[in-house]
Design a protein around this ligand. Structure first.
Ligand code: NAD
Length: 331
């Protein structure tokens, strides 16, 4: 099996080369994103391995198939960037890594909550400059606060466990109530109730047509004034302009993002010497109560190891004509 990687970073190379010692696949790493122009670089490869911001459209899939690609291996959990209907029509299989370390994302969620609350990012800079003033650094006790989680899958449930450890009252909403609700000690409720009662709201559902812009002017209006909103899931869950308006009116008092709806033009690259053209993103950066990380919630050594192992296992199953446990099909 010959595999070509798109959007490959040094950490991908490090973990995949090590994991591949067991498999012996022929591997090629490309820094380029996958798009309709770069898809030809997959010529004579059996597998194209892609990440979250590779736009795998019908046009791109068509070019990949023409190059001989038979399998699209996502080295991530989300698959909103793939046209699954087109993949099925073209006979190209799609596999993913459904769970590599839900702890990595849940723990990053807490990092955003704690940093926004206790302003450790600002304190760090102040102390570095010999400024020991505490003005503007006041936080609140997380203990006793009500936190609403939208999406109670693997990451949502682990986030709930951690928050229970802090002494929070945890509310949860999902399209179906998970069996674990009671054992975790979270209160399953309606979306409207969650919006109305939560001091902190954190998003852990996938991006689908049903969840696109779930957080918009209407849903924000139902939230408590002063709410903290956290998104480590997918950028498209939030109507960014509506959130900016709510920040300006101080309806939202804290915003923590690891994902952004237009992130594919920004994230994972060093743009520190470029002029960033995205005015909406730059407006977000101008608020001192907004904390943004560049889609790094997954980035732990444990997660990268699991991503490499499971991706190569998916490819081996395809090579051996075995059932594809992690296949993604259109539903
Ligand atoms: P999961 O599939 O285990 O859980 C998702 C949950 O969302 C499910 O329980 C599902 O029923 C629920 N859901 C689906 N539609 C919903 C809706 N309309 N309203 C409410 N809930 C709904 O997935 P997971 O592993 O917990 O991951 C959650 C999301 O986190 C992924 O979809 C992905 O977008 C994101 N993610 C982000 C990173 C990162 O680095 N920032 C890494 C991995 C995953």
């Amino acid at each position: 099996m010959k595999i070509t990687f798109f959007s490959a970073k040094p950490y991908d190379q490090q973990f995949f080369l090590k994991a591949n010692q067991q498999y012996g696949f022929e591997i090629n790493f490309l820094e380029a994103h996958l798009n309709s122009k770069t898809a030809v670089l997959a010529k004579d490869y059996d597998v194209a391995c892609v990440f979250v911001n590779d736009a795998v459209t019908a046009e791109v899939l068509q070019v990949l198939v023409q190059q001989g690609v038979q399998l699209l291996a996502l080295r991530c959990a989300g698959f909103n960037n793939v046209d699954l209907k087109a993949a099925a029509a073209l006979g190209i299989k799609v596999v993913r890594v459904p769970a590599y370390s839900p702890y990595s994302v849940a723990e990053h969620t807490l990092a955003l909550i704690l940093t926004l609350n206790r302003k450790t990012h600002r304190a760090y800079n102040r102390v570095k400059e010999g400024n020991f003033s505490l003005n503007g650094l006041m936080g609140f006790d997380l203990h006793g606060k009500t936190v609403g989680l939208i999406g109670l899958g693997k990451i949502g449930q682990i986030t709930a466990h951690i928050l229970k450890g802090f002494g929070c009252h945890v509310l949860g909403y999902d399209i179906a109530e998970p069996a674990e609700t009671q054992s975790i000690g979270l209160e399953f409720t309606s979306l409207d109730n969650l919006y109305q009662r939560s001091d902190i709201i954190s998003l852990h559902c996938p991006l689908t047509p049903a969840t696109h812009h779930l957080i918009n002017a209407e849903s924000i209006a139902k939230m408590k004034k002063g709410v903290m909103l956290i998104n480590t899931s997918r950028g498209g869950l939030i109507d960014t302009q509506a959130v900016i308006d709510a920040l300006k009116h101080e309806h939202i008092s804290y915003l923590g993002l690891d994902v952004y709806e237009e992130e594919s033009d920004l994230f994972f690259e060093d743009l520190s010497n470029k002029v960033i053209q995205d005015d909406v993103f730059m407006r977000l950066l101008s608020f001192n109560n907004v904390l943004i990380t560049g889609h790094q919630a997954f980035l732990t050594s444990n997660a990268l190891q699991n991503i490499a192992d499971i991706t190569l296992e998916n490819i081996l199953a395809f090579k051996n004509n075995n059932p594809l446990a992690n296949e993604v099909t259109c539903f």
